[in-house]
Design a protein around this ligand. Structure first.
Ligand SMILES: Nc1ncnc2c1ncn2[C@@H]1O[C@H](COP(=O)(O)OP(=O)(O)O)[C@@H](O)[C@H]1O
Ligand SMILES: O=C(O)C1=C[C@@H](OP(=O)(O)O)[C@@H](O)[C@H](O)C1
Ligand SMILES: [Mg+2]
Length: 188
């Protein structure tokens, strides 16, 4: 039988470090609910506007500031829920979102920073198609690096655990290692 998760976990890091994938696998391992702020945002958008849109189209529709405000409202609504242990994957921009109160994020759970080498994450981004906030740049990789450098201090400030990802490996294998480290760190 799997060990019990004693605290909610909060996964964050740069785009395509694997927050959603590893978050879901970790939640499945512990038998707890998985929440993804991008999926929550999509549900809220559909509820309010009646039409289903993927996150990247919501970003396009609302523009950068509108998106960050909507994202902050979504995160604060999630933080206000009376939830037990669960795994929450944040969108890549949440920790640096100026409309999100740092205290709200700090109270949301044990912070797991997935510190991937940016070239690995960018290769995944490139394969899946550039998001709107990178597509307009002549050198999207340079912009990706610049953006991540700017966000790094925010990521570090919420990290109770920093998990380095240095190479491509099957997500299931990465999740297995990560779960063991989380268990060690959460032991009283
Ligand atoms: N360990 C991994 N190995 C290979 N591909 C991965 C791995 N983790 C995630 N991916 C792929 O990278 C992309 C982004 O993963 P995702 O979990 O959505 O990242 P994030 O939520 O951090 O943006 C997806 O296409 C996913 O299938
Ligand atoms: O880095 C960002 O600013 C964003 C990352 C995305 O989430 P993932 O990091 O899960 O891809 C999503 O929230 C949105 O497109 C903005
Ligand atoms: Mg994600």
């Amino acid at each position: 039988m799997a060990e019990r998760l004693t605290r909610p976990l909060l996964f964050f890091g740069i785009k395509h470090c694997g927050k959603s994938t590893l978050g879901r696998l970790t939640a499945e391992h512990f038998g707890v609910k998985f929440v993804d702020t991008d999926l929550e945002l999509e549900s809220r958008f559909q509820m309010l506007n009646g039409c289903p849109l993927p996150t990247r189209d919501i970003f396009r529709e609302l523009g950068e500031e509108g998106f960050r405000r909507f994202e902050a409202e979504t995160v604060e609504a999630l933080a206000a829920q009376q939830a037990g242990p669960r795994v929450v994957a944040l969108g890549g921009g949440v920790p640096a979102n100026p409309f999100v109160e740092p205290e709200v994020l700090k109270k949301m759970g044990f912070g797991v920073y997935l510190a991937i080498r940016p070239e690995i994450a960018f290769e995944r981004v490139r394969r899946r198609g550039l998001p709107p906030f990178l597509a307009s740049f002549a050198d999207p990789y340079a912009e990706f690096l610049r953006m991540n450098r700017q966000r790094e201090a925010a990521y570090r400030s919420y990290a109770d655990l920093t998990f380095p990802i240095e190479r491509e490996e099957a997500a299931s294998a990465v999740a297995e290692k990560l779960i063991q480290i989380i268990l060690t760190e959460l032991k009283p």
